[in-house]
Design a protein around this ligand. Sequence first.
Ligand code: MLT
Length: 265
Amino acid sequence: MQAVVNGIRMHWQEAGRGEPVLLVHGFPFDSSLWEPQLERLPRRWRWLAPDLRGFGRTEGGVGGGPYGMELFAEDLAALLEELGVTRAVVCGVSMGGYIAMAMVRSYPERVRALVLCDTKAGAETEQGKKGRAELAERVLAEGSSALVAGLLPRLLAERTRREQPELVQWLSGVMESVSPQTAARGLAGMAARADSTELLSRIAVPTLVLVGAEDVISGVAEAEGMAGGIPDGRIMVIPAAGHLPNLEQPPAFNRALVQFLEAID
Ligand code: MLT
């Protein structure tokens, strides 16, 4: 599906009908990250999985500045408007979680409930900013295959790397297909993201914090802190998964998501 929203042509995938759930992918991926959900989740919800600005088949827009989390949130609010959706459950993994928190900040009326997966509330550390700037430089100089070397080793649980070589292969391919400009703009946007720590106590909707038990990027301790700071927050740890539990352990991830959606129904 596609439409012009917020000045760019945006693509999204869609399945089911019912209460809308917006699935927001992480960096540097696209809506294909949600295939195990789009294919297998019950059709009684309307699953909406957009390609974020610059990623997948969505246009990047003019200019070369950072893709701020607020800009992505603006695009998604415009997409909901275009679809006639007043409120959606917003489920974001990793960078998608930063964007979900930006939506709570800028468009709280649009957010029915939240699912924050393998993400962090804090702003970027100085060391993290430096690492992102270096990676962006490398990607612009050498191409997007530098993303694979820079990010992939830390994304997946050891067991996933051992038992699902085809997933590793597929993720490498998605990373290599991102344009270097998009990757650099996304890295700059994540480096500049707002600190959402204070926001947690003001999140007024039911929230599920999901995390892979072996996530080394935004781990269980981080997730526990977030869930504990959100008034109506709860946590679910997905065993044998790293930073991308929806791909690494789809049945457990899907079960947790459905259980949460049924509970808030
Ligand atoms: C992601 O998966 O979206 C990224 O790992 C997020 C990040 O680097 O902070």
